[in-house]
Design a protein around this ligand. Structure first.
Ligand code: 2IT
Length: 449
């Protein structure tokens, strides 16, 4: 391993000892870059990596809101503007009770390379709050979002930083956030946020984009091995927006998603989530706020496994699409033992570094990294920004065509980047290298700061 890379990783470990997620993602990305750094001594001379692991700026703010019973509550809000070298900061907001600054930093770091891979002009950021949306009324969600935006609005803008949704932040929250921004700014700057409703500047296909993009990426992988998607079984985790998009596209293309998971366990549907009724029911489950995948089992009469994860169910393809570190080494071993051949990460950093490494070492196992696979979501957000600045609305076909092309390009760039550095067919290293390269070029061109 390159000595400069090692020294930067060591510094990050020491400095961020209380931020294990951030350390994990830095280690994963930087260790892929060693062959690149070997060939570019000028990067070390400009301390490029040392600068890349330090967010450009991060804001922490207080968010107070009133519950329906009149009681007052206080949460913490964050926005981590990690890297703006290639475009305005861009990334989602996550509302979840257990998030910390560590979560924001790990997601902001990942976002930087993911956004670069899209080929579009967007820098990397992430934000959110330790607010727990579970069981909150609509009015409570609105008041929370308004308060959150009162603190955030001065740091964002269509050319500064463009938030979007993530876990706990969907179309409803985006609407309230944008409404408050518009009120505070006194301007219809809808390019300030993406994932908007269609009536005020949203893009067609944005809700589906992450899932669709993941399936388009998967098709590229299968094509490489001369296999069709049709007839394949897919094991997913989660049942949120991303998993919904995967189910919908898989159904359209003749593949079937047979597992879904939630905090309560997982379901196994041997017929797959392959009817419109089933796919639409995922939206209903999410909107109910119950956060229970058992509801699917009850509704469609399939098996529910309380407290268990879906890893180890026999499928052709595994697409962890729930959350970070969902797959540990013991799960990875079950996945391989079940005969899964394609391990396609979808959620941000769903695999521990140890499990990822192990899976990549298994003969015949193909591993694809989330920062490439799930990039269709943010790519379509950038398409939404383009439509907003053009004051136009593109058709569904236009957006989908762009999304499809972007996913093909991300795949091809990743394959080529790994090959260029003699790493063979390595989609993980390839994505890291390709994502890094554009940010590196931009930072080198803009001088040291
Ligand atoms: O993780 C992600 O890429 C997102 N949550 C979407 C970010 C965006 O700006 O659309």
């Amino acid at each position: 391993m390159n000595a400069y890379v090692e020294s930067v990783i060591e510094k990050v470990k020491t400095k961020n000892a209380n931020e294990p997620l951030f350390v994990q993602t830095v280690e994963e990305v930087l260790s892929s870059l060693a062959p690149v750094i070997d060939q570019h001594p000028e990067y070390e001379a400009a301390d490029l990596l040392g600068r890349m692991v330090e967010p450009e700026r991060t804001f922490t703010f207080r968010v107070c809101w009133q519950a329906d019973d009149g009681s007052w509550h206080t949460n913490t809000g964050w926005r981590c503007q990690f890297n703006g070298a290639i475009g305005p900061y861009k990334g989602g907001l996550r509302f979840q009770k257990n998030v910390t600054l560590d979560t924001m930093k790990f997601l902001g770091f990942e976002q930087t390379y993911k956004n670069s891979l899209t080929g579009l002009p967007i820098g990397g950021a992430k934000g959110g709050s330790d607010f727990d949306p579970a069981g909150k009324s609509d009015a409570e969600i609105m008041r929370f979002c308004q308060s959150f935006m009162q603190a955030l609005y001065r740091y964002i803008g269509p050319d500064i930083d463009v938030p979007a949704g993530d876990m706990g932040v969907g179309a409803r929250e985006i609407g309230y956030l944008y409404g408050e921004y518009r009120r505070l700014r006194g301007a219809f700057e809808n390019g300030v946020i993406t994932g908007k409703g269609l009536s005020y500047g949203g893009s067609l296909i944005r809700p589906e984009a992450t899932g669709y993009g993941a399936v388009y990426y998967l098709q590229n992988v299968l094509k490489h091995f001369g296999e069709p998607l049709e007839g394949k079984t897919i094991g997913c985790a989660g049942f949120g927006n991303v998993t919904w998009g995967i189910c919908k596209k898989a159904m359209e293309l003749g593949a079937k998603v047979v597992t879904l998971s939630g905090p309560d366990g997982y379901i196994y549907d041997p017929d797959g989530v392959t009817t419109e009724e089933k796919v639409n029911y995922l939206i209903e489950m999410r909107n109910s706020g119950r956060n229970k995948v058992q509801d699917y089992a009850d509704k469609f009469g399939v098996q529910f496994f309380p407290g268990e994860k879906p890893w180890g169910v026999k499928t052709d393809i595994c697409m962890p699409s729930a959350m970070q570190n969902d797959v540990h080494l013991e799960h990875a071993k079950k996945i391989a033992a079940a005969g899964v051949k394609y391990y396609i990460e979808v959620a941000n950093m769903p695999t521990t570094n140890e499990a990822l490494q192990w899976l990549m070492e298994q003969p015949g196992m193909v591993v694809a990294p989330s920062k490439a696979v799930n990039a269709g979501g943010v790519a379509t957000s950038a398409l939404e920004m383009a439509q907003n600045s053009e004051r136009l609305v593109w058709t569904e076909e236009e957006v989908d065509k762009h999304l499809h092309q972007i996913m093909d390009t991300i795949y091809n760039m990743s394959v080529e980047a790994a090959e260029r550095y003699g790493l063979g067919y390595n989609l993980v290293a390839g994505a890291n290298i390709a994502g890094f390269q554009r940010v590196a070029d931009a930072m080198m061109a803009q001088g040291v700061f």
